[in-house]
Design a protein around this ligand. Structure first.
Ligand code: IVH
Length: 661
């Protein structure tokens, strides 16, 4: 693999895990594993600076906020911290600080690093005004009403001028255990750890639920309205916050140097299980704010602070059974059911085994004793088998989905076994999200939160049920007024007119993205013909190889999916397609790039017009581009086109070109 490919693969992997962590609150790897990926990428980029792109995760803060709450911009970005995993790394951080401060005196404040999620809380005229989650660091979600239910968040303070606090929302261990016990009795999925439980509780649409969960808010920053520190010393702001009535962790210390900070880290590592909440390390900050300013920030984190991360905690226990969980992508994940054991103060009774390969690699059987590991924010995992159990039993992956009874398949070269039934409740939410998304069937307003409610209330049991929804049904839901309900219904109606390749792409068949859907549509012109084509026939279409063809065949061999297709046809979606005259069309041989917002046409519509006339639409401007079609707010592509002296046209000129020829 070339370095370029390796870098791109790594970036994709990191983005995937950032999305899981920041947007979905469902991390699959530990912070340490994530850090290792980032470091590998940083190293490669250091060696090949020419391959650095502005969208690399190394130059970015986090993921996107999810839908459902109002989005609010932070006064200044809420950054994350660089980690030190060993005392040497903390000393290296200290050496950098000393270096950058040119020999002036400095001191640190060491605080516990609570394992929750960060949130800002704004005050005005002495009253709590607004709370916002971290989100992607620049824009978070307004969770004011939920935050208001947190008892450790003061609703009134002495200070009248507006200011903002930042801190950590955490779930205490006892409450967490109780909540999980309740959820288990109610047949709901357990939260993997207190951090997820805190995030899940703060981001529910019902403040009543948040209130019942007893969250805590520990503050660690006090800023003015413009995001500047209120004081010149961090320690002083902590004292001030405590005096205003905020919960400030009393387990903090001024440290004269790295040794003292390390001593604080070691003390609390020994005591961490005795704390009522989870910590995953210690944060060490330069105390003086002028010095903090002098040190500044990298793209991702301040240079004046570091998180000293504790190692994962391990314990031995027995595997009582191995069960299956079906995820949103249809992946069947084997989960070890364990004899409950306390690891780092939390009772663990489940651990993910990821997939069949992992079970084989570990050699784990039901009845074995295993070593399990918790690293704070991640689902516990099995490290290795320590004893073979008497009468141990091998795990066998089921041949049907335990949720819906549909077929499961494991593709060659893939680790995951998947349920292929799109109507499987476990997969349904994800399938609907894809179906409705931009660039697929464009059902604006059909976001995660709405989908969640519709599926949970039983109004959507299949993607096809979308076309039977009524305005009245929608208007009765949380955060749905008449007007938004009418909008969503209108957008659903509109999707019936979108071209057939969109419908094909919307089905979410593995390996059938936008381009493959178009090539298939051009070849077969009829969606039902595609559904009935053999693997060989499918491969007659351009760029369709055996892997893609088999995946399509498998999809349409599933009876639920045939049913879905029939219902979509009955709902009036487009099943026919006229292949564009690519050769000999009026724009044949011409390559266009589209940028900015066009006055009347959507970009998709412009693209379709160009392609119908035989032209091509490329994603990036190069010397091969013949025209740049630019609308309002065109940015870097316009600049590039001008540099290369490529003609820039507007929508009207495109229409003229089409009419002329
Ligand atoms: S300072 C630039 N102090 O840890 C601002 N963060 O790994 C960095 N955290 O996003 C925040 N306890 O969510 C700070 N005492 C503490 C903390 C703390 C927990 C979290 C916070 C931050 C993450 C960084």
């Amino acid at each position: 693999m070339s370095v370029r490919d390796r870098i791109e693969k790594l970036r994709e992997k990191i983005r995937h895990h950032e999305h899981l962590y920041y947007v979905l609150d469902a991390p699959e790897i530990s912070d340490a594993e994530y850090d290792a990926l980032i470091r590998e990428l940083q190293q490669l980029e250091l060696e090949h600076p020419e391959l650095i792109t502005p969208d690399s995760p190394t130059v970015r803060v986090g993921g996107k906020p999810r839908e459902g709450f109002q989005k609010v911009a932070h006064s200044t970005p809420m950054l994350s911290l660089d980690n030190a995993l060993t005392p040497e790394e903390l000393r290296a951080f200290d050496a950098r600080v000393r270096d950058l401060l040119n020999g002036s005196d400095y001191r640190y404040v060491a605080e516990l690093k609570m394992d929750g999620l960060s949130m800002s809380a704004r005050y005005r005229n002495g009253a709590f005004e607004q709370a916002v989650t971290r989100g992607d660091g620049s824009i978070g979600e307004d969770v004011t009403e939920n935050a208001r239910t947190i008892r450790s968040l003061p609703l009134r303070v002495d200070r009248k001028p507006a200011f903002e606090t930042r801190g950590e929302v955490v779930f205490n261990r006892k409450g967490f255990e109780r909540l999980n016990a309740e959820r288990e009795t109610a047949g709901l999925a357990r939260f993997a750890n207190p951090r997820n439980a805190a995030a899940g509780s703060l981001r529910v649409l019902e403040p009543g639920i948040t209130a019942s969960r007893r969250l805590d808010y520990f503050t660690y920053f006090a800023l003015d309205e413009n995001g500047r520190y209120l004081f010149d010393s961090h320690w002083e702001s902590l004292e001030w916050l405590a005096a205003q009535g905020f919960k400030v962790n009393p387990k903090r210390r001024i440290c004269a140097n790295a040794d003292e900070a390390l001593a604080f880290c070691a003390e609390w590592e020994a005591e961490r299980d005795n704390l009522p909440y989870e910590i995953d390390g210690v944060v060490v900050k330069v105390d003086s704010i002028p010095q903090q300013r002098q040190l500044g920030f990298t793209a991702k984190a301040p240079r004046w602070a570091i998180a000293f991360k504790y190692a994962a905690q391990q314990k031995e226990t027995q595997v009582v059974d191995i069960g299956i969980q079906v995820g949103r992508t249809g992946a069947l994940t084997p989960v070890a059911h364990l004899a409950p054991v306390a690891v780092g103060g939390v009772t663990v009774s489940r651990a993910t085994l990821h997939n069949e390969d992992e079970i084989e690699r570990l050699g784990v059987h039901i009845g074995d004793t295993v070593l399990i590991e918790r690293s704070g924010d991640v689902i516990p995992k099995v490290v290795r088998v320590t004893h073979h159990g008497d009468g141990r039993k091998a795990f066998i992956m089921p041949s049907t989905c335990p949720v819906c009874g549909g077929h499961v398949v494991r593709e060659e070269g893939e680790a995951a076994t998947r349920c292929v039934n799109t109507n499987c409740p476990a997969r349904l939410k994800e399938s609907i999200g894809h179906f409705a998304s931009r660039g697929v069937l464009n059902i604006d307003g059909m976001g995660d939160v709405l989908i969640e409610q519709l599926v949970d209330k039983g109004l959507l049991k299949s993607v096809a049920d979308l076309y039977e929804l009524t305005e009245d049904q929608l208007a009765g839901l949380d955060r749905m007024g008449r007007k938004s309900a009418a909008n969503v219904i209108r957008n659903i109606d509109r999707s019936r007119t979108l071209p057939m390749p969109r419908v094909l792409g919307a089905l979410g068949i593995r390996f059938v993205g936008e381009r493959t859907a178009e090539l298939l549509a051009d070849h077969f012109c009829d969606l039902e013909k595609i559904a009935n084509a053999s693997v060989d026939e499918l491969q007659q279409a351009q760029e369709v190889g055996p892997k893609v063809a088999e995946s399509i065949r498998e999809f349409f061999d599933e009876s639920h999916n045939r049913e879905l297709l029939a219902r979509l046809k009955a709902a009036g979606l487009q099943f026919q397609h006229t292949a564009p005259k690519r050769e000999g069309g009026p724009l044949a041989g011409l390559t266009f790039v589209i940028t900015g917002t066009l006055p009347d046409l959507t970009r998709e519509a412009a693209k379709e017009k160009i392609e119908e006339a035989g032209g091509k639409v490329a994603a990036a401007v190069s010397r091969k581009t013949n025209y740049l079609l630019a609308g309002e707010d065109a940015g870097s592509k316009l600049k590039k086109a001008q540099e290369l002296s490529i003609p820039v046209i507007g929508e009207n000129e495109l229409l003229k070109l089409l009419a002329e020829t």
